[in-house]
Design a protein around this ligand. Structure first.
Ligand SMILES: Nc1ncnc2c1ncn2[C@@H]1O[C@H](COP(=O)(O)OP(=O)(O)OP(=O)(O)O)[C@@H](O)[C@H]1O
Length: 255
């Protein structure tokens, strides 16, 4: 029976080895990690450090060679990504990844609001949700609310990414995975989406992991910072330790 102290997610010696003919490569190297309900963890690391691999292992799109993954104390190591999706939402770097392009924003949000529920929605019902979705989208401040009736393929990258974030959080996930979700946006839109992210995480008390290449964001947001290198977690810093680090300490991570 999970208690308040049971981690939301736990990795125990999670390892992934890719065999390629004669050669083998360790892309996740004995990673042990406990993520608790109050955690908003930022993740830094150079290209190829294993950050997306960690997310793939947690969400189940990459099976482990050895080790285990637990959600709320239950071993899900062999569970499909579809089953784990009942607990985990993920927002990708590419705004095209999170939304169905031919469907409108309202339709995308309506489908997202069914996550984990065993029922379907009729068109008539979708329209009933529209005013709720419009007021939700109006909080973002990038005009999404005026474009909820057009196919999402016609939205700007920033609007589409904001929609992806709303879809990922409309049913409170146990874990929110943010995979460089602001990286493809211009600086102003990226800043606005980060502000929205922080607001949603705080308002809904979400447990979140956020991969970023922006050191300022990694320092500014969250209560914990993880640094990855060569498939390993090389630093796991609490908020107070993070505050004492200087920007040049972080640049050394990428040496
Ligand atoms: N399915 C796979 N098969 C073979 N190699 C893989 C696979 N998935 C990841 N890798 C390799 O594992 C390493 C880590 O990749 P990963 O995408 O996790 O890095 P990352 O830290 O997210 O990098 P970036 O910041 O560039 O996105 C890379 O060398 C990558 O080529």
């Amino acid at each position: 029976m999970p208690t308040n102290l049971t981690p939301i997610i736990e990795l125990k010696h999670a390892t992934k080895i890719i065999e390629n003919g004669e050669e083998s490569k360790v892309i996740l190297d004995d990673v042990s990690l406990q993520i608790h309900a109050t955690d908003f963890i930022t993740i830094l690391g150079g290209n190829g450090a294993g950050k997306s691999t960690l997310f793939n292992a947690i969400s189940g799109t990459l099976s482990l060679t050895s080790g285990a993954i637990l959600i709320n104390g239950t071993d899900v190591t062999k569970q499909s990504p579809e089953k784990r999706a009942a607990h985990i939402s993920r927002v990708f770097q590419d705004p095209k990844m999170g939304t169905a392009p031919r469907m409108t924003g309202v339709e995308n949000l309506a489908i997202a609001s069914l996550r984990g529920k065993k029922r379907t929605l009729k068109l008539r019902q979708i329209n009933q949700y529209k005013s709720d979705f419009t007021s939700l989208a109006a909080q973002i401040g990038n005009g999404l609310e005026a474009h909820l009736d057009v196919p999402t393929g016609n939205l700007s990258g920033g609007q589409r990414q904001a929609l992806s974030l709303l879809m990922a959080t409309i049913i409170q996930p146990e874990l929110l995975l943010l995979d460089e979700h602001t990286a493809a946006l211009d600086p102003k839109t990226s800043k606005a989406l980060m502000a929205l992210t922080e607001r949603l995480v705080r308002q809904q008390s979400l447990t979140a992991l956020m991969i970023t290449h922006h050191m300022e964001d990694a320092l500014k947001y969250g209560n914990r910072l993880i640094v990855m290198k060569d498939g390993k977690i090389v630093q796991d810093l609490a908020a107070t330790e993070k505050e004492q680090m200087k920007l040049e300490d972080f640049y050394r991570i990428f040496d």
